[in-house]
Every structure is written in structure tokens, then in C-alpha cells.
Design a protein around this ligand. Structure first.
Ligand code: ADP
Length: 312
């Protein structure tokens, strides 16, 4: 794989608290990679290591072929980063901030700059201190998307955008992908990742617990089946192929492993099918499998979202 990001066995502690426990992550060139997990899972810590802002305690980290800790200046000309909580220079206008950010990177594309300002309905004449959270985020997004860079690292980039702007964001990320850019998109908005990501990695308690295309991940989870039959089975045991099968007269529901859907259809077909719904698991189902109650992979330290971030 031609990778823009390779992370192997990354360990990072804050004092005695270990935030990342040997994290692996690979982002292929040209893909949008969803980096998913709830608050406190370790997404931002990973991203700060990728940006050369934090030094890894152990493990291998390569970004665009370099070591982010040593090649930080060179790297920041080739990537653009948008955090969830953007700070701007208080006295610079949005337009000046976009130009400054673009020039710190590899330069910017003026046509694309104008297009993005219009799409995001951004008033570029206001000063940094006058913008709302959402508008600061738009300034940072426009600057990132019109910069001449190979890699976009976006950490919860739409947390302040309204649904209309979220749609604009999704369309513009598709456009970036079509231009061959690679994107690491950290998010807790699953529909955003479902719409955009070629592959996703799910992080839990500082390790990646699942990685692959949505289809691959779906394959590891059960498909829900609901049917109305012409003739009722005598007992639910006749439908043993279905897990958690429920029979109510001629109505049947249950779940089946992805590679046994065909067998399940053949079984139901014997009773005559009058209506049928087959639902592959959504990203939310996959996610909840890792985060559902009592499903801890890292022991008691692993309750999601309970670690309070100390005040800076
Ligand atoms: P996410 O981005 O997924 O919300 P973070 O990487 O911000 O997760 O945090 C991972 C864990 O590290 C959390 O338990 C958080 O409280 C802890 N953490 C983050 N930053 C610091 C810090 N500067 N000092 C101590 N602990 C931190």
C-alpha cells in the first residue's frame, strides 16, 4: 500500500496516564480515512503526534514519508490541519487569515479560494475576534481546502457547522478526493464518516479495535432479516439458522451472519415470502458493538468518555 500515514505500536502517556496503548493506523494515498471514536478515546492525541506537536513515547510514526517530530517544518508545508476548536489571530480578517495559512503551506489556489468562500457563505472581511465558533471553523476549512497540500488532517472539523454547511463540507471533501488528496477525518458523527470514508478505523481506549472498508466491517457483523411468510413455520426451531429469531404467526425476524444471507433466504423461501427486508448493519451498529454497555476491551480503565481532561 502507498501510505501517507503509517503508525505502528504508538504509545503516548501524559504523566502516569497512558492515552495510547500501541496504536496502529494506516492511511493510503488518495483515500478518505475515517478515524472514529468517542471523546477521550485518543483521536486528538494521535493527531498531535502526527502533526509533530507531541513526541511519541514508543512506536513508529511516518507522515508523508517523514518523521513528524524531526521533519515538522517541511511536513507542515505539505499538509493542512483543521482542529475542532479553531483559534484565529484576533486582529486579522478572515481573508487575511486564509492567505497567511495558505502561504505557510505550499501556497493556495485563488480560484478554489473564491469558490470555497462562496460555498461556505463566509464573510471574509470580519476580524478573527468577531467570528462565531462555526465561522472560525469555516475560515480554517476554506484555508485548508484551497491550500496546495497532499494531506488534510481534520479533527472534528464540522463540530460547529449547521446541517446545510455539513452538506457543503461533504461535497467539498468529495471534490478533494477526486483531486487525489488524502484525508484523515476524525469524527464522532457517524453519518459523516459513512458518507465520506473509503476506510475507517475505530479507536477505543487508545488502540484501534477495528479497521477496514465499511463493507468489510459490515461483513463482520450480522444482517437483520424481517419477513412475512405465506405459511407459518410450526416452531421457531425450524428457523434455527436465524439468531435471536422471533416468530409471530407468519411474521419472522432475526439476524444472520453476512455470509449466510443466501442460506437464510433459501430457508425462508420454503415457506413462501410475501414481504422481505434485509438490513446490513449501519456504522452505528458496528460502533455500538465496540462501545455497548459492558463491552470493555481494555479492562476497567476502558469506560469511554470518563477521563476528564485536566485544565491546561
Ligand atoms: P479524543 O480526541 O478521542 O477525544 P484525546 O486524545 O483528547 O481523545 O484524549 C485521550 C485521553 O488522554 C483522554 O483520557 C484525555 O483525558 C487524556 N488527555 C488528553 N490530553 C491530555 C493532557 N494534556 N494531559 C493529560 N491527559 C490528557
Amino acid at each position: 500500500m502507498d501510505s501517507v500515514i503509517t503508525v505502528e505500536g504508538l504509545v503516548k502517556s501524559y504523566g502516569s496516564f497512558t492515552a495510547l496503548h500501541g496504536l496502529d493506523l494506516q492511511v493510503a494515498r488518495g483515500e478518505v480515512h475515517g478515524f472514529l471514536g468517542p471523546n477521550g478515546a485518543g483521536k486528538s492525541t494521535t493527531i498531535r503526534v502526527l502533526l509533530g506537536l507531541l513526541r511519541a513515547d514508543a512506536g513508529r510514526v511516518e507522515v508523508l514519508g517523514g518523521d513528524p517530530w524531526h521533519d515538522v517544518v517541511e511536513l507542515h508545508r505539505r499538509l493542512a490541519y483543521v482542529p475542532g476548536d479553531v483559534s484565529l489571530w484576533p486582529a486579522l480578517t478572515g481573508g487575511e487569515a486564509i492567505d497567511l495559512l495558505g502561504n505557510l503551506r505550499g501556497g493556495l489556489d485563488e480560484t478554489r479560494r473564491a469558490h470555497l468562500i462562496e460555498r461556505f457563505e463566509l464573510d471574509t472581511t470580519k476580524r478573527g475576534r468577531q467570528y462565531s465558533k462555526g465561522n472560525k471553523q469555516k475560515v480554517a476549512l476554506v484555508a485548508a481546502l484551497c491550500s496546495d497540500v497532499e494531506l488534510l488532517i481534520l479533527d472534528e472539523p464540522t463540530s460547529g457547522l449547521d446541517p446545510l454547511m455539513e452538506m457543503v463540507f461533504q461535497e467539498e471533501i468529495e471534490a478533494e478526493k477526486a483531486r487525489g488528496r488524502s484525508v484523515l477525518l476524525s469524527s464522532h458523527i457517524l453519518s459523516e464518516a459513512e458518507a465520506l470514508a473509503d476506510r475507517v478505523s475505530i479507536i477505543r481506549d487508545g488502540v484501534v479495535v477495528e479497521t477496514g472498508t465499511l463493507d468489510q466491517l459490515r461483513h463482520r457483523t450480522r444482517t437483520q432479516v424481517r419477513a412475512t411468510l405465506e405459511r407459518a413455520p410450526h416452531t421457531v426451531e425450524e428457523l434455527a439458522l436465524l439468531e435471536d429469531a422471533h416468530l409471530d404467526g407468519t411474521h419472522v425476524s432475526g439476524a444472520v451472519e453476512a455470509d449466510r444471507v443466501g442460506e437464510a433466504m433459501a430457508l425462508l423461501g420454503r415457506y413462501g415470502i410475501t414481504s422481505l427486508t434485509v438490513s446490513p448493519p449501519s456504522l452505528e451498529d458496528l460502533f455500538l458493538r465496540h462501545y455497548g454497555e459492558g463491552n470493555s476491551v481494555a479492562g476497567d480503565a476502558g469506560h469511554v468518555g470518563r477521563h476528564a481532561k485536566p485544565e491546561a
